[in-house]
Design a protein around this ligand. Sequence first.
Ligand code: NAP
Length: 285
Amino acid sequence: MAKIIDGVAVAAEIRRELKVRSQALRERGVVPGLAVIMVGNDPASSVYVRNKVRACKEVGIESFRFDFEQDAEPASVLALIRELNCRSDIHGILVQLPLPPRFSVSEVLQTLSVDKDVDGFHLYNVGGLVVGGTVFPPCTPYGVVKMLEHEEIELEGQNVVVVGASNIVGKPMALMLMQRDATVCICHAKTRDLAQFTVLADILVVAAGKPNLIVPEMVKPGAVVIDVGINRLANGKLVGDVDFEGVSKKASYITPVPGGVGPMTVTMLLANTIAAAERRLRARQ
Ligand code: NAP
């Protein structure tokens, strides 16, 4: 049976360390601050934003919420971002995605100051991932790397297969693991015969958003399986992309959904915000 990697417990450990760092900043007169911008009232986004605001409080980050109506003008959101870029009490800015269709997501993300882009979506940060000098690693893949490190899972020379090639999860995940000297293969919806790749994986990271995509036959015995997917079934149950029951009998490590990668994602947002505040303090000295 696979060891279940408890994301809630790993996240709690990291949050305890973050609280100490946040306290140290406050003692030096810096209150770490995160601006959270949301447009519209998408129910899932509202839950995510609420969780992020609550998590900030837990580690001593001051959060500032900016809510826009669904029909808000993109120009007013861009104007707010420019203003927040200049505010010294705000160290990180997060724009909750998705945005309404008339917004250009790339224009919004490129308006963020690179130094405050705690989600790691600005082109500069993305480019940094490619050349190995990123300012802020994107939170979900960063959380996965932290989980692997926590379990002392070797990455160098390992075969890693990432299923999913989105800009926010799959691609940065692959780059971050490649930087750690893993041999990485990325699969996506047009990959022919997904199983021929997944069976080669020592470490399999799945971020496709398709329940039951990965079944035991597709997994190498002893593989480490990280399930990033979050899917709500018709019966209301929350599941990942991996057949947890079946695959946990074959894998050496597995992450559950919920309680796996999810709590790590929010925690790494907090980590990036504290890092931004620390960096600002160093720059002032
Ligand atoms: P996305 O933008 O929809 O991307 C999904 C990726 O999976 C795409 O690259 C797509 O391929 C690929 N894909 C879809 N069906 C596939 C299939 N049958 N076989 C192989 N690849 C397939 O989604 P995302 O934002 O990356 O999120 C992925 C999942 O992770 C979602 O369930 C999301 O809710 C979850 N998520 C969780 C967290 C967390 O904190 N735990 C954070 C972010 C996202 P194409 O590129 O060819 O379309």
